[in-house]
Design a protein around this ligand. Structure first.
Ligand code: ADE
Length: 257
């Protein structure tokens, strides 16, 4: 998969994505990440890319033309490689749809993805109308630019590309699969600060371990993410188990009080 990030801060993006798992996947040729400097497409001798907004107001806007030219350069390169259709162009903005695991899964199917990072007070609306296919936010807060959100998206999408995680199982069984959070995990030593690893995990009994993990996922999702819990499908047996746990907790608390 090929990511093309249109930005005024290519160093920030590339430095953030050249380490660890993503860096290794790039070196292995599973991914390519290029940061295109929008300033290289400025059409004036000062290489400025921003100007005052018509109608007044605070701050500066990124101008349409340099953004458009940087997009065109990338789109032409993709077309020259024989791509059958135009690449999707994601504009990172707090006004977009909120990024999710489901969206990451869908975008991981693309061969090429262009991510457009805004700065200052945003980008001239006319170029957005012309090139953007998807508006994406990474959450309901306002950042100074789209670079961090773009890096978040590249990370979340990349790890779904086959081969990137080495171990395909880990992408399958983690948080948000089946709308359940991941179960708690433990490593050596068996006892730390007086806390013991749950005995079932030391038992070597795989069916029991799987059952315990699923139950812990259910309990965790119920306690921490009621919004996800509403969407997850439990068997009658699991539903009963949860009710029992909650009931026994309640009576335990009453005894304590
Ligand atoms: N740019 C500024 N804030 C943002 C956010 N929350 N998500 C995506 N892009 C942004």
């Amino acid at each position: 998969m090929n990511f093309h990030i249109l930005t005024l801060f290519p160093g920030m993006v590339m430095n953030g994505l050249n380490t660890s798992i993503i860096g290794r996947a790039v070196n292995a040729g599973l991914l390519s990440i290029e940061a295109v400097n929008i300033r290289d497409y400025a059409f004036n001798k000062h290489q400025s890319v921003d100007d005052y907004p018509y109608g007044g107001g605070a701050g500066m806007l990124m101008q349409a033309e340099p953004v458009y030219l940087s997009y065109e350069a990338v789109a032409e390169k993709i077309a020259a490689r024989g791509a059958k259709r135009k690449p999707r162009v994601v504009y990172l903005s707090p006004q977009g749809d909120v990024f999710s695991q489901k969206m990451a899964e869908e975008l991981a199917q693309e061969e090429d993805l262009i991510l457009l990072c805004g700065h200052y007070e945003g980008i001239d609306e006319r170029v957005l109308e012309e090139i953007v296919t998807d508006y994406v936010s990474i959450g309901d807060y306002v950042l100074t630019g789209g670079e961090l959100p773009a890096m978040v998206m590249v990370d979340a999408i990349s790890r779904l590309v086959p081969g990137v995680l080495h171990n395909d199982v880990s992408a399958e069984f983690e948080s948000f699969q089946d709308n359940l959070l991941e179960y708690p995990q433990y490593s050596r030593p068996e006892e730390w600060h007086g806390k013991k690893v749950p005995p079932v995990l030391l038992s070597g009994h795989h069916a029991n371990i799987e059952k315990w993990r699923r139950e812990q996922s259910i309990l965790r999702t119920y306690e921490r993410r009621s919004d996800l819990f509403e969407k997850c499908e439990l068997t009658d047996k699991e539903q009963k188990w949860l009710e029992e746990v909650l009931k026994s907790r309640e009576s335990g608390q009453e005894e304590e009080n």
